[in-house]
Design a protein around this ligand. Structure first.
Ligand code: NDP
Ligand code: DXP
Ligand code: MN
Length: 399
């Protein structure tokens, strides 16, 4: 619950990354209503020092303990010694629970963000949710914890934020005549490439998204379209929808971010430039609108808004995500772990691009039926077990 203050006090977790930086850019435009009181990152000491210099938070944490020690030293050198420094997963998660924190921006990448997202959720904070992996790994747990604690979830992921914007004021699907939602996908850098040439793709090519500037992991996910698969799972949990009510269409321009289809035959869409400061500003200001630093899109200059069906043979990761969602239990957590292992192996030149999907498929098959995670511990166990299986699949595929 957001406290009755004029200024909303924020914890930005993953502050040094792409979403973190866009968030801080928007925050700096609104000193009268937004203040950063806590920041966290993985191991980027200099990036976090720079953020502390600009935003003067009271608390900071780094996941890596050695980096946290260097960071404390650097803060003292910079005359910023008054900042309380934490380390490790717990040190990061504790920032999400601070009494001074009204809202938590979850911008850590991957399942590494689960513990801090859950901490914010248990503490009943307003959560500006960018870390989609939280919902993929432990969607039922996260949503039921939020219902119990009163945590308010405002989606930051552009498509889900667009759905949120296109829903009526109570932000519910039920009772508002919603039939289905449509998530748009750019198709990534290889949407027109001959599928027989995918074996030669390099990490640099896969990270060169045609429309968005993002971190490396999500950029690869966009290229394989696993990103859209994760987003379908995210949408089902956020909006309490069955998989059959969430569609994906290719939209090359990434200007329409999502559409909500109503029973009277209307679609409501949210349209804007592909700049994450737009959904971030919406989430930071909600229920008011605040400036994001992004101009209204010039619609005539934009020209075309193309929509196309997805060729699922070109993008097998999307089908794997629907398959995991329909299997239920812990299958989505297995899917996520396998994807993280495969993408990391690809980014480190240990796995060919075209073998990412086979690694995930093999891992899902080998893990078989897995129980739904009911607490953080069981989510971690499913994740850890699936990672071991996926590592073996990487070795087999790479042989
Ligand atoms: N980028 C985008 O436009 C969008 C991103 N998202 C989602 O937002 C999340 C962040 O993505 P993005 O900003 O692109 O990722 P980046 O790779 O750019 O940034 C990741 C951030 O997470 C931090 N981090 C990594 N590991 C840990 C850890 N174990 N503990 C604490 N912090 C850690 C990094 O710190 P360090 O710098 O020290 O490594 C960095 O601050 C992802 O879940 C992604 O799917 C959703 C929609 C759009
Ligand atoms: C900006 C954002 O929300 C990303 O998740 C985006 O959706 C990536 O683009 P793709 O449509 O290529 O997945
Ligand atoms: Mn998205």
């Amino acid at each position: 619950m957001v406290a009755e203050r004029n200024v909303m006090q924020l914890a930005v977790l993953g502050a040094t990354g792409s979403i973190g930086q866009s968030t801080l850019d928007v925050v700096a435009r609104h000193p009268e209503r937004l203040r950063v009181v806590a920041v966290a990152a993985g191991r980027d000491v200099e990036g976090l020092v720079e953020i502390c210099r600009q935003h003067r938070p009271a608390y900071a944490a780094l996941d890596d303990p050695q980096a946290a020690r260097e960071f404390e030293q650097r803060l003292r050198q910079e005359g910023l010694g008054g900042i309380t420094v934490g380390s490790g997963e717990q040190g990061v998660a504790e920032l999400a629970e601070l009494a001074e924190v009204d809202a938590v921006v979850t911008a850590v990448v991957g399942a590494a963000g689960l513990a801090s997202s859950m901490a914010a959720c248990r503490a009943g904070k307003r959560i500006l949710l960018a870390n989609k992996e939280t919902l993929v790994v432990a969607g039922e747990l996260f949503m039921s914890t939020a219902a119990a604690s009163g945590a308010e979830i405002v989606p930051v992921d552009s498509e889900h934020n667009a759905v949120f914007q296109a829903l009526p004021a109570d932000k519910r699907i039920d009772g508002n005549g919603v039939e289905r939602i449509v998530l748009t996908a750019s198709g990534g850098p290889f949407r027109d490439r001959d599928p027989d040439t995918l074996a030669a793709i390099t990490p640099e090519q896969a990270c060169a998204h045609p429309n968005w500037s993002m971190g490396r992991k999500i950029s690869v996910d966009s290229a394989t379209m696993m990103n859209k698969g994760l987003e379908v799972i995210e949408a089902c949990h956020l909006f309490d929808l069955s998989p059959g009510r969430v569609d994906v269409v290719i939209h090359r321009q990434s200007l329409i971010h999502a559409l909500v289809g109503y029973k009277d035959g209307s679609y409501l869409a949210q349209i804007g430039s592909p700049d994450m400061r737009v959904p971030i500003a919406y989430a930071l200001g909600f229920p008011q609108r605040v400036e994001s630093g992004v101009e209204l899109l010039d619609l005539v200059a934009a020209g075309r808004l193309d929509l196309e069906a997805v060729n699922e043979r070109r993008f097998p990761c999307l089908s794997l995500a629907y398959q995991a969602l329909r299997s239920g239990g812990g299958a989505c957590a297995v899917l996520n772990a396998a994807n993280e292992i495969a993408v990391d192996a690809f980014l480190n030149s240990r796995l060919r691009y075209d073998l990412i999907a086979p690694v995930i498929e093999e891992t899902l098959a080998e893990q078989g039926i897995v129980a739904t995670p009911t607490d953080l511990e069981s989510a971690r166990e499913v994740d850890a077990q699936a990672r071991l299986t996926a590592e073996r699949a990487v070795i087999r595929q790479a042989e």
